[in-house]
Ligand binder design. Structure first.
Ligand SMILES: Nc1ncnc2c1ncn2[C@@H]1O[C@H](COP(=O)(O)OP(=O)(O)OP(=O)(O)O)[C@@H](O)[C@H]1O
Ligand SMILES: [Mg+2]
Length: 624
């Protein structure tokens, strides 16, 4: 699979080169990427497996012309066989027609098979590129994206690309070869009809182009409607407990109906456009003209225009061939409709995928960055931060330091920026200004992957995978011993409830750990972090769902474990705060005070409001 993956830079080179040739018509839709770029991106992926691609082209080049030789052979059979009453000629041409049809069918079969393989390959590669790209995106990208939409792209849009290619490549090739063969064979019967045919062809193309312009924007909308529908479904299913608890099922069903109807209506609209496929009218007009010309020529092979006499060798044989060709002209027109049908959806999907994968990715590995042995001295120097999607600063002028081995407790009202501070430490986001140093090195200079491997986090919104307890605890390590697992489980008080379970560590915990209590989930997340054996430990309200006694035991254990390392603990629990070397008090994104519990209790208004609302500060401090 790896071999077939095409790099974005290669694709861009191909696009730059090919787009100069101006081969693909752009549609007037609002999507930022053009149809041209989308088309050549797919082309780049297709030609990754050169042999396969050439096999398909060869199949089309052999199968299609053979199909067109058949009317010529029928003409010969009628002319030299039936009309001349020559039994030998009839037998000969009948045999040749049979062989030609069989060979054509064989190549058709092989080509269709290769086409399937190629389309599957492109689908597989696109999905891999997409998944890898999403994995590498910044947190800001994920903040802005809706999960349901990202899922819809991975499924529907990538699938529509497959449908565009199989049988899209085949029918596109057929359409091209058919038109060339068609023109050549008409010229072989009569150059005069050939010229008339060529004059009419631009009108045919124009009608197809117009039709396509109506279809493309609709395809883009359809994909958008589907993503919106899918996002709604995903949110609903994930939040089913909330929907139920607030008895909002009916409202949700109505909302779903609206979105579902919009999507279905877009298909009806599409059906209307494809039903009124006016290029077909143009093709009937062309067929009519060709028939009239052929009928006229077979009666008057010599045409006199003024002084000019045009002689045409146009007898029964040529007339028969023309009739078969005229009947067949419906076929390329239908083929083109199918191609456009599939390609409009496929290209709309590709444009969306492209717009995502070309968005900058985080350089997680940071190969050119430093990978120092991290001890755990941390210095924040005048750090400001705001999220990309907002103009308001969430953190302002934050300066403090922590030495290795320090336990830093962080307190503050809700929304004061505590969790954000920890996210800056793991480089999920980077400071808008100011610097954060780990062991005297600016964290922007440290490889994010390396930095993150030295830090373990128990996040505020615990995420567990729908697997076993064992898989969740050992998620972040490559290898572990059973003793390690039991040690961290004891520290985080996981053993307490695992021992009660019939399957122990191998108990499945349901999606996101739904079969566990909040406190159990927190303890598993804690064990997962401790197994990493981190240099820096970040706990974001990680014992809020644990009872006070258990919490006390966990905190003491962490205290022991983290000796010589650095821990940041966001908490409102006094027994945790009392173990901290320093307490940082946050208020509205600012560091309001730094101190220990007793200092802050007597000196800081915010701190006292949280921990002892009844205690008064001396008058002059209240006024500060
Ligand atoms: N991904 C985000 N995008 C935009 N704004 C955000 C994002 N995450 C948080 N915020 C905003 O940043 C501010 C600080 O949020 P943060 O989560 O750091 O607060 P907190 O102190 O941890 O609060 P709590 O005690 O409730 O957990 C809030 O006003 C919040 O609305
Ligand atoms: Mg928080």
């Amino acid at each position: 699979m790896q071999n077939y993956l095409i790099k974005n830079s290669d694709i861009m080179k191909i696009i730059n080169y090919l787009s100069k040739l101006d081969l693909v018509q752009d549609s007037p839709d609002t999507n930022s990427n053009s149809n041209k770029e989308a088309f050549f991106w797919v082309f780049g992926l297709l030609t990754q497996r050169k042999l396969l691609f050439m096999g398909i082209i060869a199949g089309i080049m052999i199968h299609q012309p053979l199909r067109f030789i058949i009317p010529v052979l029928i003409g010969k059979l009628l002319d030299s066989g039936v009309e001349e009453k020559n039994e030998e000629a009839v037998k000969f041409y009948a045999l040749i027609i049979l062989i030609t049809a069989l060979v054509s069918a064989f190549f058709d079969l092989v080509m269709s098979w290769l086409n399937e393989i190629a389309a599957n390959d492109v689908e597989l590669n696109t999905r891999s590129i997409y998944f890898k790209s999403i994995q590498g995106k910044s947190m800001s990208f994920h903040d802005e994206s809706k999960l349901g939409e990202l899922m819809a792209i991975a499924q529907q849009d990538i699938r529509s690309l497959y449908s565009a290619l199989a049988p899209g490549i085949r029918i596109l090739g057929e359409a091209i070869v058919t038109m060339v063969a068609y023109t050549v064979i008409i010229f072989m019967q009569s150059w005069l009809i050939g010229i008339i045919f060529l004059i009419m062809i631009p009108f045919w193309f124009q009608s197809i182009k117009k039709y396509n312009e109506g279809l493309n924007p609709l395809a883009v909308n359809q994909q958008n409607y589907f993503r919106s529908l899918s996002s709604h479904v995903q949110e609903n299913f994930t939040g089913s407990a909330v929907v139920r608890a607030f008895s909002q099922e009916q409202k949700e069903i109505e909302l779903f109906k609206t979105k579902n109807n919009t999507y279905t209506k877009s298909w009806e609209e599409r059906g209307k456009i494809t039903a009124m496929y006016y290029p077909m009218l143009v093709s009937y007009f062309i067929m009519g003209i060709l028939f009239l010309c052929s009928a006229y020529l077979v009666i008057n092979p010599n045409i006199i225009i003024g002084d000019l006499e045009i002689k045409q060798d146009f007898g029964l044989e040529q007339f028969t061939v023309m009739i078969v060709l005229i009947i067949q002209f419906r076929s390329p027109t239908f083929i083109v409709r199918n191609v456009l049908e599939f390609w409009s959806l496929g290209l709309a999907g590709v444009k969306k995928i492209q717009s995502i994968i070309t968005e900058a990715e985080e350089d997680v590995m940071g190969d050119n960055l430093l990978k120092p042995d991290i001890i755990g001295k941390i210095v924040f120097n005048d750090v400001d931060f705001k999220y990309d999607n907002s103009d308001n600063y969430v953190l302002k002028n934050i300066s403090f330091h922590a030495n290795p081995g320090d336990i830093i407790a962080i307190v503050g009202p809700t929304g004061s920026g505590k969790s954000t501070l920890l996210k800056l430490l793991t480089r999920l986001y980077d400071p808008t200004s100011g610097s954060i140093k780990v062991d005297e090195i600016d964290i922007l200079q440290i490889s994010p992957e390396h930095l993150r491997k030295s830090i373990a986090v128990v996040e505020q919104d615990i995420f567990l995978f729908s697997s076993t307890i064992r898989d969740n605890i050992t998620y972040a390590v490559d290898s572990y011993s059973e003793d390690d697992l039991i040690r961290v489980s004891e520290l985080a008080k996981v053993t307490e409830f695992v021992d009660q379970l019939a399957d122990g560590y191998d108990t499945m915990i349901g999606e996101r750990g739904v079969r566990l209590s909040g406190g159990q989930r927190q303890r598993i997340a804690m064990a997962r972090a401790l197994l990493v054996n981190p240099k820096i430990l970040l706990l974001d309200d990680s014992t809020s769902a644990v009872d006070a006694k258990t919490e006390d035991e966990i905190v003491s254990a962490i205290h022991e474990l983290m000796k010589g390392r650095t821990s940041f603990i966001i908490t409102n629990r006094l027994n945790m705060i009392k173990k901290a070397n320093h307490v940082l008090v946050f208020d509205k994104g600012k560091l309001d005070a730094v101190g220990n519990h007793s200092e802050l209790l007597t000196q800081n208004k915010i701190y006292r409001r949280i921990f002892d609302p009844h205690m008064e500060l001396p008058k002059q401090e209240e006024d500060q």
